[in-house]
Design a protein around this ligand. Structure first.
Ligand SMILES: [Zn+2]
Length: 232
């Protein structure tokens, strides 16, 4: 792995373009058997009760659990699209001409990391506070995922939603993505101009899954259109 162990989900940062590099996929695959989860157990979520640093309250764990579940559902739909229609406009929008086989492998690795037994350690209320504006941060060496207050304030679905943040951060941990650029417009430009880089950029994976056109409402999602009234 590189020396840069911590990758954060940042707000937009124009002009920030860290170096590129291969995803280190072979190494990660080789390490996979040793990457067992070691999540700290939850603590009661009682009003006024102090929370030990790094531990998640029961309420926080429930929110995280829901985000992992939603990420799994949406990621499965995104993989299905990639397999059934690899040149679909949505695939091209986020990955341009990047190799479809590579994308399929990478998305599969993220999906595998969503399984309860494969998850990184989950940290809330970190003793090292989150940087302002961050949703979460991933440690690729410690293989932990820290959730910041902004994550819990984010919506369950839509752009920069909780499940999308989970996809973004897990992509750092399991496929070694970078933050070459952030936010939809710049991620789309990356897909168009440098698809090989887009295939290594965390936000491209996040938005590919997060903004996947829905053919049917996902369980628990909000803001879906009401059925048309009869005669309307
Ligand atoms: Zn990131």
């Amino acid at each position: 792995m590189t020396a840069e162990a911590i990758r954060d989900t940042h707000p937009p940062s124009p002009g920030r373009r860290p170096g590129r590099g291969p995803a280190g996929l072979a190494l990660l695959l080789a390490m996979a058997p040793f990457l067992a989860a070691a999540a700290p157990s939850g603590v009661p979520d009682k009003p006024g009760m102090p929370v030990a640093p790094d531990l998640c309250t029961a309420g926080q764990r429930a929110t995280i659990e829901a985000a992992f579940g939603e990420a799994g559902t949406r990621l499965a739909a995104a993989i299905a699209l990639l397999e059934s229609a690899p040149e679909d406009a949505h695939v091209r929008r986020w990955f341009g001409g990047a190799r479809r086989k590579l994308l399929r492998v990478n998305l599969g690795l993220i999906a595998a990391a969503l399984r309860p037994e494969a998850r990184p350690a989950l940290i809330c209320n970190p003793s090292r506070p989150c940087d302002a504006g961050n949703w979460a941060r991933a440690s690729t060496v410690g293989r932990s995922l820290t959730f910041c207050p902004r994550f819990f304030d984010s919506p369950a679905a839509g752009q920069d939603s909780r499940f999308g943040v989970v996809i973004h951060e897990l992509s750092h941990i399991v496929i070694g993505t970078r933050d070459a650029t952030y936010q939809p417009a710049r991620s789309e430009a990356l897909a168009r101009d440098e698809p090989r880089v887009a295939a290594t950029n965390a936000d491209n994976y996040e938005y590919f899954v997060e903004l996947l056109p829905e053919s049917r409402p996902a369980p628990g999602s909000v803001g879906k259109p009401e059925p048309l009234p009869s005669g309307g």
